[in-house]
Every structure is written in structure tokens, then in C-alpha cells.
Design a protein around this ligand. Structure first.
Ligand SMILES: [Zn+2]
Length: 286
């Protein structure tokens, strides 16, 4: 349930954006020269890369850009290009005329597209935005136990797909009302997390309860406030939630909330809902 990569335009990020140490994430990324990294990254098998430069993948991260939901497991630029030409579009029938689609690379393009065999319409596939709230209350955060697949029975922040006609903040508050029956006020944007290979981009807002009341909605088995040292990190639903909560805890420790941008790449062979099956390739913050 996650992706996006394209149009953020890193070149326009102000220079005050910084990279950040991510030693709290248990990702497994082989490195060619561990000695170049700080002590907290010196484990032979565990460390994170965090860079404040272009989004182009480097060849030494070949296992970091996997995708359980995709046939491709490549990550460097050439293999990524190959993946774009071998990716099979999921659209089988034309959304305009209902005709069957064929999978071809249209003239002047580089990617395989679903093209209607009757009217010729090209069906582009674009990432979906997932919006949610990190609800704070009395030094605790609100989590929901999922009553639906994927990740049934695991904990998540209230979040879901943004719908046409609503802003990201509106969608996040709506999802929180639906999943936790909680009325919240958005305080600030907290994180954007792109998960390119499964086509999702998360936007998470810090928010607070308007009233100290919540209860499980139809998609939740349970809802509860957790103090930061009680968060069930071994029972979280998604990698995006894992990353968000880890960043939040770090910000609470420093006493300064930032806006974070991350790119999460699913690891080869991992389930889309495996909360630890990912590599965090970029982490920038304000
Ligand atoms: Zn058509």
C-alpha cells in the first residue's frame, strides 16, 4: 500500500535541509566502506544511508530498492530504467471505451503502458497519496489495531487514501474520524514518506484531540493511546508507520519537531506489509 518518486524537485530544497542519522532503523544495507560512517553505523550488517543530495540511486545500494509488489528487484539507474520498460501495467480494460488494453511502449516514451486497443487511449499509472494523523494526547500517541487486511491485527496510525475533493489535512482528519472515531485538529505537517515501488506517498500530520474521546471505527479492532516507550514496534502494520514513529520519538527527545522527508524502498522478497522489510535511502528534515 505504498509509492511515488517523481516530481519533488530536490534541487529547489533550501540548503537548511539536513541529512540525519538514522541509527534507530534496523535496515540491512551492505556498504562498501563502513569505516566512512559514524560509530553508530559501524555494525557489519546494519546501518542506514541518509543523504542530502539528488534522488538518483547509486549502484552500491542494489538490494535497497526492492519491491515485494513488483516484478523488479533492481535499484541502480540502469536497472531502474529496465524495470520501467518491463513493468506490466495493471489496467486491463480502457476506462473510456471499455476496450481491452495492450501493453506497449508508446512512441516517444520509455515505459510500458496500457494502451487501449480500440481508441488508443494511454492509461498512465500514478502513485496514490496516503494521509494520516499522528495524534498527540498527554505525551501519548493514538494507534489503531487494524481490522482489515493487509496487516490485520497490527497497529497503525489512523491513515488512508486521500480522496478527490479533499485536501491532505482534510483527508487525514477524516481517516482519523473513520478509524478512531476521534475528532482532531491538525497542528503541523510532520512527514512525507515516499514508497516508490508500491506507488504510495504518505503525508502524516501532527494533530491533537479536540475532545478526549475515541473508539474503534469499523476498520479497527482497537484504539489506544501509547506512551512513547510503550509503542508496539514489533507489532506495527507498515514500514511507513515504523519510520514515522521513530522520527517522532527522536524529535520529542530533542524537543524540536521538524518536517521530515523520507524515501522508503522495500527490500527484496519482503512483504509489502512487512514493517521492517525496507531501506530508508533518504531522510531530509527542516
Ligand atoms: Zn478505449
Amino acid at each position: 500500500m505504498l509509492r511515488a518518486f517523481q516530481s519533488l524537485g530536490f534541487a529547489v530544497f533550501p540548503c537548511k535541509w539536513k541529512t540525519r542519522s538514522l541509527h534507530f532503523f534496523p535496515q540491512l544495507i551492505p556498504i562498501s566502506n563502513p569505516a566512512n560512517f559514524p560509530a553508530e553505523f559501524s555494525s557489519p550488517t546494519v546501518f542506514f544511508q541518509s543523504r542530502c543530495r539528488g534522488l538518483k540511486m547509486s549502484a552500491d545500494r542494489s538490494e535497497s530498492n526492492s519491491d515485494a509488489a513488483s516484478s523488479s528487484t533492481s535499484s541502480n539507474s540502469s536497472s531502474a530504467a529496465m524495470a520501467s520498460t518491463t513493468h506490466k501495467p495493471k489496467v486491463s480494460f480502457c476506462q473510456s471505451c471499455g476496450g481491452p488494453t495492450m501493453h506497449v511502449i508508446p512512441e516517444g516514451e520509455e515505459k510500458m503502458r496500457a494502451v487501449c486497443s480500440l481508441c488508443g487511449k494511454i492509461h498512465y499509472e500514478n502513485p496514490k497519496m496516503v494521509v494520516g494523523c499522528l495524534v498527540e494526547h498527554n505525551n501519548k500517541v493514538l494507534l489503531c489495531k487494524r481490522k482489515i487486511q493487509p496487516s490485520y491485527g497490527l497497529w497503525t496510525l489512523p491513515a488512508g487514501f486521500l480522496e478527490i475533493g479533499e485536501s491532505a489535512a482534510e483527508g487525514a482528519t477524516r481517516e482519523t474520524l473513520e478509524e478512531a472515531c476521534a475528532e482532531v485538529e491538525v497542528l503541523s505537517p510532520f512527514a512525507q514518506l515516499d514508497i516508490p515501488r508500491i506507488g504510495q506517498s504518505y503525508v502524516i500530520f501532527r494533530s491533537k484531540l479536540k475532545k478526549p474521546q475515541f473508539s474503534p471505527g469499523p476498520e479497527s479492532l482497537d484504539c489506544a493511546l501509547f506512551s512513547l516507550d510503550e509503542i508496539p514496534f514489533d507489532s506495527l502494520a507498515f514500514s511507513s508507520i515504523y519510520v514515522t514513529l521513530k522520527m517522532y520519538i527522536e524529535d520529542v527527545k530533542t524537543g524540536a519537531f521538524k518536517f521530515h522527508y523520507c524515501t522508503i524502498n522495500k527490500r527484496p522478497g519482503s512483504s509489502p506489509s512487512d514493517p521492517l522489510g525496507f531501506a530508508l535511502d533518504y531522510h531530509l528534515h527542516s
